[in-house]
Design a protein around this ligand. Structure first.
Ligand SMILES: Nc1ncnc2c1ncn2[C@@H]1O[C@H](COP(=O)(O)OP(=O)(O)OP(=O)(O)O)[C@@H](O)[C@H]1O
Ligand SMILES: [Mg+2]
Length: 259
């Protein structure tokens, strides 16, 4: 179990393509710039791409190390020791934060021992950080990969549609079935048109009334994000005065105040 003594866990959820990875990158920028460090960013999406939004290259993933452990642990060394030594190679050090990429999950047939060793090593590692920020692929079941015991803040990201907001509410409900304690669940509706249509406001109100989600706020469709994406540049360089930064930082400020 990732125990996180010290590290406060912030995770992203939401259906595919809603902006989880984009908001994770903006959250890392926020934490670094407001001095809420050290931060460990964990890319838990098998199809990892958070590193690209942060302008970082990945050499080795945790999944690769886990697979190597099975055949390459030398005699006289425990598998735990092997993992601990090699995991350091997988931690990418950047300015104010580190990044760890989970990579591919286990193939068919569960190597439970490998997973439990991975969880133990992660637990130890996470004690060195103030925040653990986890980007996920769509679907809540992936969160269980990390064996997190507590998520302090879960940001549920939605697209600006009636059905999207309903799906976000459903995702928030699904967390109840996971064996993880979630502190606060915060809805972010991303890529909204301006002005925000009244009908969208109504759908958001309904979703918030029917679940334990609280409304974080809207983030507009951003030409700056689009430009960065097209140029394949890091989102960390977005100017602080751009609307997407003021909006997202405003949300993060309100929900991560005392952390
Ligand atoms: N506020 C925004 N303004 C403009 N473009 C955005 C915004 N948020 C996200 N995008 C774009 O939408 C696309 C999907 O975003 P992103 O990859 O962050 O979603 P995701 O939820 O992580 O997707 P997946 O489920 O595949 O992991 C990307 O091309 C991204 O640049
Ligand atoms: Mg993503």
């Amino acid at each position: 179990m990732v125990q996180n003594q010290g590290a406060s866990v912030i995770a992203m959820a939401g259906k595919g393509g809603t902006g989880k990875t984009t908001l994770t990158a903006l959250l890392i920028k926020y934490l670094v710039e407001t001095g809420k460090t050290p931060v460990l960013a964990v890319d838990a999406d098998a199809n990892a791409n958070l590193n690209e939004l942060l302008g970082l290259d990945v050499d080795v993933t945790l999944g690769e190390i886990r697979d190597r452990m099975k055949t390459e642990t030398p005699q006289g060394m425990t598998k735990n020791e092997f993992m601990e030594i090699h995991i350091n190679q997988a931690v990418i050090e950047a300015k104010g934060f580190d990044l760890l990429v989970m990579g591919q999950p286990e193939g068919p047939g569960c190597y439970c021992m490998a997973n439990s060793i991975l969880a133990q090593v992660m637990e130890k590692l996470s004690r060195n950080y103030r925040y653990l920020v986890v980007d996920n692929e769509a679907g809540m079941e992936h969160l269980s990969r990390l064996n997190l015991r507590k998520i302090h803040t879960l940001f549920v990201v939605s697209d600006p549609s009636a059905r999207g907001v309903l799906t976000a509410a459903r995702i928030a409900d699904l967390t109840k079935a996971l064996q993880v304690d979630v502190g606060q669940k915060v809805l972010i509706v991303n890529r909204v048109p301006e002005p925000v249509p009244d009908a969208l406001d109504e759908h958001v109100k309904k979703a918030v009334d029917q679940t334990d989600l609280v409304f974080g706020g809207y983030v507009s469709a951003s030409p700056e994000v689009f430009e960065k994406e097209m140029a394949q540049e890091s989102l960390l360089d977005l100017p602080d005065e751009s609307k997407v930064i003021t909006q997202s930082f405003g949300i993060f400020d309100r929900f991560l105040k005392e952390g």
